[in-house]
Design a protein around this ligand. Structure first.
Ligand code: TRP
Length: 330
């Protein structure tokens, strides 16, 4: 067991796919085996995009069920819903007052929205709500509330963690040492996980394979992976093949070497390669998929897990928030 506290949040804005599994969920579950870990479903962060409570609730259950079904160790890991801890909203309000507006102006996500508007000839702030603008402050509150040392995130979130660190520094400078300074941990390079069309697997490209798609859908999606037009007998470059790139994340070293050799040798058609890929992914995911489906049919079990997690998280949050309150308001 390390003595570091790890924390990460997952936004309930979509159904997790194989790219999320390989790049984020699987490494997170590994880390939670040896570190005190807080994992929460960032439903407050979803609000700037999704205004339909049913959707947020559905995705919240999906993410909780996925983590439990994949074996997140609930002895080391506290799994909870962000909005269950009121202190995070309170801390966010407090942190607003030590956060320079200029820092928010520099946030990549906000800047991206401005650039999009500019390109479309629209008003600079069109469609930008304050949830988006202050997103990094709420995220800093998430991170600082639980005494976090390490924040495993994708590269796109690195700046947000650096902002949390900056904000902690501004606070400590004014009010004295209150917060630990967190560090981002950008996952070991899993490489780009390709989607059905060979581009990075991403909801915005509509090329994803949902993590727990039913078996028949999984098969259909895999059979739809786009390939070049090489004939079965021709040698193929595994490093340029979406099929092989996905296979690498599910098979063991011997199996990977074997499939690589078959690609390079020629004689393996893409149809057969896809069947091999399907069998492999299905064998890895079928047991957790069953558990996932069971949990999604028993959401009261998920409610209980999330309530237990919230009770644990709240105990830590209350302590931190009290210190902040007394530092700022006496
Ligand atoms: N912003 C993160 C994302 O979009 C989700 C998130 C919210 C988060 N709060 C966090 C991640 C705190 C790490 C730590 O993926």
């Amino acid at each position: 067991m390390s003595d570091k506290t790890v924390l990460t949040g997952i936004k309930p804005t979509g159904t997790p796919h194989l790219g999320n599994y390989v790049g984020a969920l699987k490494p997170l579950i590994e880390m939670a085996k040896t570190n005190k870990t807080f994992v929460f479903i960032a439903d407050l962060h979803a609000l700037n995009i999704i205004h339909d409570p049913k959707q947020i609730k559905q995705h919240t259950y999906e993410i909780a069920a996925i983590l439990v079904a994949l074996g997140l160790d609930l002895n080391n890991a506290t799994l909870f819903r962000q909005s269950d801890i009121v202190q995070v909203s309170q801390l966010s309000t407090m942190l607003m007052n030590v956060t320079p507006k200029g820092l928010m102006n520099r946030a990549h996500s906000y800047k991206a929205a401005l650039e999009k508007n500019e390109a479309a000839g629209a008003d600079a702030d069109a469609g930008v709500n304050m949830g988006l603008y202050t997103y990094p402050i709420l995220m800093a509150a998430d991170i600082l509330l639980y005494g976090t040392d390490i924040v495993p995130v994708g590269a796109d979130q690195k700046q947000h963690v650096e902002f949390a660190r900056d904000i902690a520094g501004y606070f400590n400078h004014i009010y004295g040492e209150t917060f630990k300074l967190p560090e981002p941990m950008i996952g070991a390079d899993t490489g780009i996980i390709p989607g059905l069309d060979g581009r990075k697997m991403s909801k915005s490209y509509d090329n994803v394979i949902p993590l727990f798609a039913p078996e028949s859908e999984l098969k259909k999606k895999i059979m739809r992976i786009i390939t070049d037009s090489k004939l079965p007998e021709e040698p193929k470059n595994p490093d340029e093949s979406t099929i092989f790139q996905l296979y690498k994340h599910f098979a063991n070293a011997d199996e990977i070497a074997d499939l690589r050799a078959r690609f390079e040798r020629g004689g393996l058609g893409y149809g057969d390669a896809k069947k091999i890929l399907f069998e492999k992914i299905n064998s890895v995911l079928s047991a957790p998929r069953m558990e996932y489906e069971r949990l999604m049919d028993n959401t009261s079990e998920l409610d209980k897990i999330l309530a237990d997690g919230a009770a644990c998280a709240r105990a830590v949050a209350e302590k931190t928030y009290k210190r902040v309150h007394s530092a700022m308001l006496g």
